[in-house]
Design a protein around this ligand. Structure first.
Ligand SMILES: O=C(O)CCC(=O)C(=O)O
Length: 281
């Protein structure tokens, strides 16, 4: 039998603030390999891709390179999840998000799509981001920023940019929009290359402008920490949505096999709704 030590500080912070950090989760060799794979994908994008994604910087699915199966199943990441009390997570998707040098802020947003289910208004996270920053980050080069606690508590930004991710916000057609602005209560989350930030998909977050000359890349992977206990309609949605794993070569598929969400019941998939209801107070 294996035993897992619970990371009490990180666990408490995740539930209270909506995020926590595991220092140096990626070893130097893996960090170099993730950088090489990400740079390869970024270099293959069209100029139009970067125009469409000016605020995020890029939005490239990790399904585009089977190498990322190794990151999805990376033992230190799964150990971090287990230490938070999630020994049987599932994984659904992920993106290479890279702010080029001298690029604008990433708009405030939250990423949860299941607000129609009552469980979204409880302390039990249904979806977590695992973010790996590939360079040291600071306010200067566009580190993550968050509104701590906003996964459980309504903030005025929920109403200023209700579903975010619009074409206009992505393209930064109006840089004066409130979704790009700093607020007194926001918190910077600077990290070292290879650190792992774990957060609740309901958390309002964004990133500062990258004022440096260098690319600032993060890999965001989406996990479902309590999938087996999630409401059937959420399980059905995830099981229905996933499937690009089948595009990967067998070896990559085998690596992530046990993390793929599967649901055999009869529930209808929960409808997609990115806007929190009035129950979020
Ligand atoms: O670019 C960042 O620092 C954050 C990326 C992000 O917001 C996301 O993956 O949801």
């Amino acid at each position: 039998m294996t035993t897992t030590t619970i990371a009490l500080d990180q666990q408490a912070q995740l539930i209270r603030d909506g995020y926590c950090v595991f220092a140096q989760a990626l070893d130097a060799e893996m960090l170099a390999r993730v950088r090489a794979a990400s740079d390869g994908l970024l270099d293959a994008q069209s100029a139009e891709h970067f125009e469409e994604q000016k605020s995020t910087g890029s939005m490239i699915s990790v399904y585009d390179d089977p190498f990322f199966a190794e990151l999805v199943a990376y033992p230190a990441a799964l150990a971090a999840l287990a230490s938070l009390g999630y020994p049987k997570p599932r994984w659904s998707s992920g993106f290479v998000i890279s702010k080029s040098g001298h690029s604008p802020p990433l708009f405030w947003h939250q990423d949860w799509w299941g607000w129609n289910d009552p469980i979204s208004y409880t302390n039990i996270p249904q979806q977590l981001f695992l973010m790996y920053y590939l360079v040291d980050t600071s306010i200067e080069n566009g580190c993550l920023r968050v509104i701590a606690g906003s996964h459980r508590k309504r903030h005025r930004m929920h109403d200023a940019a209700p579903t975010a991710h619009t074409d206009e916000l992505r393209r930064v057609t109006d840089p004066s929009h409130p979704a790009y602005q700093s607020m007194p209560e926001d918190q910077a989350v600077p990290v070292k290359a290879g650190d792992l930030v774990i957060g609740d998909s309901r958390l309002l977050h964004g990133a500062y402008a990258n004022q440096s000359d260098q690319r600032r890349t993060v890999i965001t992977l989406w996990y479902h920490p309590t999938f087996d206990m999630s409401p059937p309609r959420i399980q059905a949605h995830l099981s229905h949505k996933q499937s690009r794993v089948a595009e990967w070569p067998t070896k990559a598929q085998e690596l992530v096999q046990r993390l793929v969400p599967t649901y055999e019941g009869n529930a209808e998939p929960l409808e997609w709704n990115r806007a929190p209801g009035h129950e979020l107070t």
